[in-house]
Write a protein that binds this ligand. Structure first.
Ligand code: FES
Ligand SMILES: [Fe+2]
Length: 427
């Protein structure tokens, strides 16, 4: 069973960095309840966090060939990631330069040689330049070069695609996530491929919850609840599960399977089928690993594949949770069967977590709710909150600050730049 001391140590003789130790007498409280339901605060999170920090949008496997595209929407911003004819990957605002329609509609797709805006038919090349407007004769000497799709900052790290809508304080993704480098190299993350179901691409999963995004993250940031709330995971790796909290809001969780023989059909068969992976270092064999991507996502591996999942805030009280699966190249039939079973166990776990998020979020509205009282095994929740505290103000307040105070702080922190103006309906 999980013991508090397990939080403190790195996983076996690995190059994993040491986890941070909860200091004696650490403050076991969570963020104040108002941060989960204040619309003004939510708007500060939008500007000071989501639009100015790296967001995990997908993997190069999602856009493998020329003309492949992937979208990523968050808080009024709409991104389009597009593979050009030259093989280069680029990110743009998914916003036609004529009147702002979505140039592509949907989550993912392929276009043959150009993007045609569905509103009036302006045509864009696969490098984002404007090929031409519809009925060019209706324009008077238009300079096409001034009407290309607007670029968005993008970095690819071990194949994973990160976007940043506006400049922010984080370093390059490779520097920021360097603590994960050794593991991602060992997994061969850059070479992941799209997960398939039969011959088709496996569609990403998505569901919408009536909760603040932090309530989802709080649940995911600790393994204290695994023995009680996740019977499947508990059978799989509950006896050997560790959370490592790292600097910079990063964290690694590792669950090793193969201990007590499982009774559940899917877990038992998963363990039987999961093929040995001798190319992996010992610390990653027969293990499910989770790498936190602050503030709202996780990249998770099993020996058979990978998944990205995370929370997209929609309003202060609603959140879309999504996930997308990948597989390793040259997958054997046995590995594929194991990957399906792993996904099945994982989907069950997600459903269980969603219910926990709803209960946790509801509690913030109750007059009887005092605060969290976190266990050492929930230190990851505190670390995530501390990272938010390092970025955003007023998180030591018992009650919500006045909107004018938030405005004043936003002004000083340069969060009133025109491009960060609110484009959100008031929740
Ligand atoms: S909005 Fe795209 S062509 Fe008019
Ligand atoms: Fe969970």
């Amino acid at each position: 069973m999980n013991r508090p001391t397990q939080v403190l140590h790195a996983v076996d003789q690995s190059p994993h960095p040491e986890g941070l130790t909860p200091p004696t007498g650490w403050d076991r409280r969570g963020l104040p309840g108002w941060t989960y339901h204040s619309p003004d605060w939510f708007d500060l999170e939008r500007r000071g966090l989501f639009l100015t920090h790296w967001m995990l949008a997908g993997h190069v496997a999602d856009v493998a060939s020329a003309g492949d595209w992937l979208t990523y929407d968050i808080l009024g911003e709409r991104a389009l990631i597009l593979r050009g004819r030259d093989g280069a990957l680029r990110a743009f605002h998914n916003l036609c330069r004529h009147r702002g329609a979505r140039v592509v509609d949907g989550v993912q797709g392929t276009c043959r040689s150009a993007l045609v805006c569905p509103f009036h038919g302006w045509v864009y090349n696969l490098d984002g330049t404007l090929r031409g407007p519809a009925r060019p004769d209706s324009y008077d000497g238009m300079d096409r070069s001034a009407f290309g799709l607007k670029p968005i900052e993008m970095q690819v790290w071990h194949g994973f695609i990160f976007l940043r809508f506006h400049p922010g304080p984080q370093p390059d993704v490779a520097d920021w996530l360097s603590a994960y480098d050794a593991d991602f190299t060992a997994y061969g993350a850059a070479g992941l491929e799209e997960a398939t179901e039969g011959k088709d691409r496996l569609a990403p999963w998505s569901s919408e919850l009536p909760v603040n995004w932090k309530s989802v993250r709080d649940v995911d940031n600790e393994g204290y609840h695994v023995p009680m709330a996740h019977p499947g995971l508990q059978e799989l790796y509950g006896d050997d599960y560790q959370d490592l909290s790292l600097e910079g809001g990063l964290n690694i969780s590792v669950g090793r399977f193969g201990g007590t023989p499982p009774r559940t059909w899917s877990v038992r068969n998963y363990e039987r089928l999961s093929p040995p992976q001798p190319h992996l270092p010992h610390r990653l064999q027969r293990a499910w690993t989770y790498y936190g991507i602050f503030p709202n996502a996780v990249i998770a591996f099993t020996p058979e594949g990978a998944q990205i999942y995370g929370e997209t805030p929609l309003t202060v009280r609603s959140t879309r949770v999504t996930g997308r699966n990948y597989r390793f190249a040259d997958e054997s039939r046995q590995a594929r069967a194991a990957r399906y079973l792993a996904m099945r166990i994982d989907r069950e776990t997600s459903k269980e977590d969603q219910q926990l998020s709803i209960w946790s979020d509801e509690s913030m509205a109750s007059s009887a709710f005092d605060d969290f009282h976190l266990s050492d095994l929930e230190y990851g929740v505190r670390r995530h909150h501390d990272e938010l505290r390092a970025i955003l103000p007023f998180l030591d307040r018992a009650t919500a600050p006045a909107a004018a105070e938030l405005d004043q702080w936003a002004e000083k922190a340069l969060l009133t730049r025109p491009e960060l103006r609110s484009n959100q309906p008031v929740p």
